[in-house]
Design a protein around this ligand. Sequence first.
Ligand SMILES: Cc1cc2nc3c(=O)[nH]c(=O)nc-3n(C[C@H](O)[C@H](O)[C@H](O)COP(=O)(O)OP(=O)(O)OC[C@H]3O[C@@H](n4cnc5c(N)ncnc54)[C@H](O)[C@@H]3O)c2cc1C
Length: 368
Amino acid sequence: MVLVIGGGLAGSLAALALRERGLPVTLLSQEPAPATASQCSYGGVPWWAAPALARAPELWQSLERRHGPLGWQSCTLTLHGGCANPSAIATADPQALAAAGAGMKALLAAAGETGLDLLGDQGQLLGLELPYGRVDGVVLAAALPAALERAGVRRHTGSALALESPGGSPWRVRLAGGDTLEADTVLLAAGAATTQLWPPLAPELATSWAGVLALSAKDLATSDLPPGATAGIVMPLLGQRQALEQQTPSLGEARAVVDAGLAPWGADWLLGQISLVNPLGQFDPEPDPAWMEARLRSGLARVWPQLAWLPARYHQLPVSFTVSGVPLLGPVAQAPGLWVCAGVGAPFAALPPLLETLADQLAAGSGS
Ligand SMILES: Cc1cc2nc3c(=O)[nH]c(=O)nc-3n(C[C@H](O)[C@H](O)[C@H](O)COP(=O)(O)OP(=O)(O)OC[C@H]3O[C@@H](n4cnc5c(N)ncnc54)[C@H](O)[C@@H]3O)c2cc1C
């Protein structure tokens, strides 16, 4: 039996992939589920961003043929030129925008796709409109429990506290409340909690804290929506989150950036993203939600003042990432039977192909 720890995107898709290869699978998920990165995600699928992501749309459609609707849809990505951070003026440097636009178009061209320039009165680049795909987090969260059950994934509710491997015997997973689960193979897919459960992974796996506003459609006038919102996802051309994550090794103190994005989320909308990284990318301390929300809203006000102060629910959650950009995927060194799937960049595009390989290897009993 394979025990998958974590019922987010990574754990759920891994459980489905393992069942398809005939393995008995138990999925350990927390109940009530805390706000997670998977639920509060824009779910964007940039399949043209790298050759390894090219099959993502086809794989989501194939997952839907086998498991029913999971929220996949083709859409548009509109990249705007605004900047939500106090250190920069509201409209970013035209040269930086032009360079970022050229880089993006080179990626698209390499994938056989094209984007549309959004130009200002003087012919300057204001943004780009690109082909895109997305997986709606609300639809996915509602569909997964039934899809997992139909696929024969056994569900166990609980919170893992520790993993123990008494030499030669199955892995023992201690749960909050005193229960214990045993399995020969454990796949750790617990997002930012992965390093709490297996600390030797900590040097590679870091955590950022993300904050996002959930806007009810009834509080939002269509005329207030930025261009491109009704066709899909809107994000900044000069996004700040990735650059902040790459600075993790040199951060002497916690640092936060705001990206002005907007994505459909079921019948509602997700607005913005504030990302905070602690020194060394540590999980602790969790930032003050009131400070994070205020900073997010004041950043958004630089770009979309009509949206920044609307009534909205603020959600805050940890997101795992690797500074190198290389995901943690596969068997864990010096821990026979323990596998990991965490810190995957662009996971809505990357996980479907990566998990095919991981599940093949796990089913073959490979330790490579
Ligand atoms: C605002 C925002 C926008 C984003 N936009 C995009 C995007 O457009 N495209 C994209 O590809 N990615 C995007 N991401 C990133 C993406 O959503 C995440 O990287 C991804 O969902 C992480 O999935 P995961 O399953 O690894 O982790 P999580 O979603 O964090 O899931 C971890 C799971 O493990 C469980 N867990 C934790 N601890 C324990 C424990 N001790 N015992 C048992 N279970 C446990 C949790 O309950 C949770 O269900 C975005 C993220 C945010 C916050």
